[in-house]
Design a binder for this molecule. Structure first.
Ligand SMILES: [Zn+2]
Length: 279
């Protein structure tokens, strides 16, 4: 995930290590080709998972108390154990346990933080746990063949989200990171500011990794699609062509090409924009 102010090889190397760790855990504890169950993994680790009403204090929390770890999730906000957001939240808290630095902080008495999960937080620690969760629920060996078999469009990616029982946002991010096509996904805040962008390596090899400053100030086509998506109560996909130079600067300074832009509302989380070089 690349942010306007944070992009380093070290960060991407670390996320690659975390992805590999999550892939290993999934294969070891939930082998096969089916759905990965984070509750089964917590049970394997003897970590109780406790649902409750935590009054919007967090989506999830990993706590170290009396020598034991506990996972909590807000069932009032997120729903029951089969809800994809609960599954992602429990997987995210497992990330805080499996990632050494996160777990050791808690064991050394650092106060646990409440997690806001599902690629909505700006915090680097939260991003790492989200990355772990995405790979735990969509392991490479199960996800990559399916990602290769579909076209680069939101309709088919959302079908994959249903198959893996994950949120649409986490599935799109996972798809872009699987590097099958030259594509990118952007989260736009409800105030029409770019929260983050994730660019596939194939596309990032051709363009500068950050989007143009003020990209949304004059991108009338994109702004129109965002407005229509947010006015659409059925969360429909609003699409159309856009010049790549609207979003990106090309490394060789001369190229431009047409991208296909798909926009979908995420309600109170803002708007998701998927950009690809193939319609
Ligand atoms: Zn967290």
């Amino acid at each position: 995930m690349t942010r306007p102010k944070m992009n380093s090889e070290r960060a991407s190397h670390r996320l690659a290590e975390i992805s590999a760790l999550a892939d290993e855990v999934a294969e070891e504890i939930c082998p096969g080709t089916g759905r990965v169950d984070p509750f089964e993994i917590a049970a394997h680790l003897s970590i109780p998972v406790l649902a409750g009403n935590y009054r919007n204090a967090f989506d999830g929390l990993l706590e170290f108390r009396g020598g034991e770890f506990y996972i909590y999730y807000d069932a009032e906000r997120l729903g029951g154990p089969d809800n994809s957001r609960v599954r992602f939240t429990v997987a995210h808290e497992l990330g805080h346990w499996y990632i050494d630095e996160h777990r050791e902080c808690l064991k050394q008495g650092v106060k646990p933080h409440g997690s806001w999960t599902g690629f909505v937080s700006d915090n680097a620690v939260e991003r790492e746990a989200d990355c772990f969760a995405a790979h735990l629920l969509m392991p490479r060996s199960r996800f990559s063949p399916k990602a290769c078999a579909i076209g680069p469009n939101l309709k088919e990616i959302f079908e994959l989200a249903q198959e893996f029982d994950v949120s649409r946002t986490s599935c799109v991010v996972r798809y872009v990171n699987s590097n099958v096509y030259a594509c990118a996904v952007v989260l736009v805040s409800p105030e029409n500011r770019i929260s983050w962008i994730c660019t596939s390596k194939i596309l990032a090899d051709r363009v500068y990794p950050t989007v143009r400053p003020g990209v949304l100030d004059n991108a009338t086509g994109t702004l129109g699609r965002i407005a229509r998506a947010n006015a659409d109560p059925d969360f429909g996909i609003h699409d159309g062509p856009v010049d790549a130079s609207t979003w990106f600067r090309y490394a060789d300074g001369s190229r431009d090409e047409e991208l296909f832009e798909e926009v979908v509302s995420l309600g109170r989380f803002g708007t998701l924009i998927f950009l690809s070089t193939e319609e």
